[in-house]
Every structure is written in C-alpha cells, then in structure tokens.
Design a protein around this ligand. Sequence first.
Ligand code: CP
Length: 318
Amino acid sequence: MTRLIDLSYCRFLMSLAGRSLLDISDLSREELLFLLNQTKTYKKTQVSKDGVAFSRQSVALLFFEPSTRTRLSFETAAHRLGLSTINLEEPNSSAKKGETIFDTARNIDAMRPLAMVIRHSGSGIPGQVSRLVNVPVINAGDGFHAHPTQALLDAFTIYEAFNEFKGLRVVIIGDIAHSRVARSNIQALRMLGAQVSVCAPPTLLPPQVEKLGVGVSYDLDDCIHDADVVMCLRLQMERQNSFQVPTLTEFTKRFGLTLERLEKIKETALILHPGPINRGVEMMSVALRDPRCRVIQQVENGVLIRTVLLSEILGVAR
Ligand code: CP
C-alpha cells in the first residue's frame, strides 16, 4: 500500500512541474498531501533537533529609509561571498499595514538568514532588534545615531592614502547635528589616532559637540588649509524641523567646497563625501572633478570593507 502511495506521489511530482498555482482548487487532495509530506522531509534536512538551521545562506537587508550605496554594497558583498539576499524595502512591506519593526524582524529571523543589515530612521532600532533575533545585526545607519560601516569605509579610504592616522588632521564640514556619519567617523578616526575637528554654523552642531573630543570651528576658510582630509556632509533637508541656515546660497558661501576653497586645500589632501551629494550646495561640481576627490573610491571601498566585515562576522571564506 505504502509503495503504491509512493508511486502515485512520484506522478504528482511530475504533474506539478511547470504548472501555475493561483488557487488551492488548482491542486487535488493528493497533490496537497504530496506537498505537505515533501516539506516535512525537507524540513528534517534543514533543521536539527534543537531547531538550528543547517543551511543558512542568505543575508537579510531591511531598509526602512532610502539608500543606494549602503544597500547595494551590502547586496554586492553578500553575493561576492556566495550568499543570497532577502530584501525588504519599507514602502513595499507590511510595515505599511502597521506591523512594528520588531515584529517584522522576528518574522524575518524565522526565515533563517545568516545576519540582518538594518537601516532605520529611529536611533537605536538596530540595537533593539539585535536583542530580539538570533543572528548578528549590522547597523546600516540609524537616525542621527551611527553609521559604522560608512566610518569603516571612510577610514579605509584614508588608510589607503596615508597608511597611518597619527597626526592626520580631519575636518568634517556641514550638517554635523543630523549626521550619523559624522558621529561614527569622529569615534573611529579618533580611536585610530587622527585629530578631528568639525566646521559648521552653530545651528548645525549638536549640543556640547566638544565633548565628542573634536575641535570646533565656525569659519571654513580658517581651518581648511591645514587639513589632510576634508570631509563634506550632505545638508539633510529632510531632517531639519525648521530650516537651520538662512538660505542654501548663504550656506554654500560660508561652508561649501567652492573653487576658491579648493585652491586653499593641501595638494596631498583627500576630499571625501559619504553621498548622496547635493551638488552645488555642499560641493561644487568642480570639487567632484578634483584629483584629490575620493568620492567614487569611497563607494568602491564600501563594497570591499563590507565584504570583509560580512565574511568575518559570518565565518564565510572570501
Ligand atoms: N552614504 C550612504 O549611507 O549612502 P546611502 O544613503 O545611499 O546608503
């Protein structure tokens, strides 16, 4: 009898090949049972008695804010390591129906990825998620708080050029108040031995900014000439509850990387920007064409350092 059932299951297997499934009525009772039993068998090969998956092989990318560089470079990094990706983009997800990020993360954890990469507008969300799920969580940028992999790629870009950090003067310019990139870079570059200062109008500096261990300047022309690294930041229009500079033209006049300022920067200096750039606001097009500008190399390095990071965290060969 069992043998007969097995034979008929084989027939169903053949009969499902190439068919569409639009409704349960497209399946017979036997085909339904066939799929249930096949899944039971498959599950045994995937999960041990204690529920640990044997064949985790994907990285989940959960992006609740727009991203070009970070999302695509993590995706590229995962693919370079032979891993697939599960991509969640907030506008097309059940977050739109009211599901919390924490429930979303628990559900994605059930799909057994190797790790989760999370970008969210809420500061601290990746940290909270990391306490709820069973896999490593990598912060791809949370609110004003942190963007650690951006700081890693920036540090690598600087390291490639100078081979050391001690004695390097880094000036970070512009919207420091809303910048997770600035916070993570200040931490990383100071840890590595660089001297970091920030230059911005007072309205674009966080309260008690000196406590971050940085020098503070309100005059770019005063501090640009001795910098080894000039890091411009995007003016984050979408994060400003009331506009914090008189006009964009005024901001550019005082804090933009203009042709006149390019002439004041050391020949050996690097010009960095994490992107996306408001062309003509924080950087003029001429600054992007300048041989000292490493904006495109930063993106290239982002893939490399994220590949190394994923491979080290996951214990996957590269
Ligand atoms: N630098 C950066 O985080 O860029 P994206 O927002 O495009 O990821």
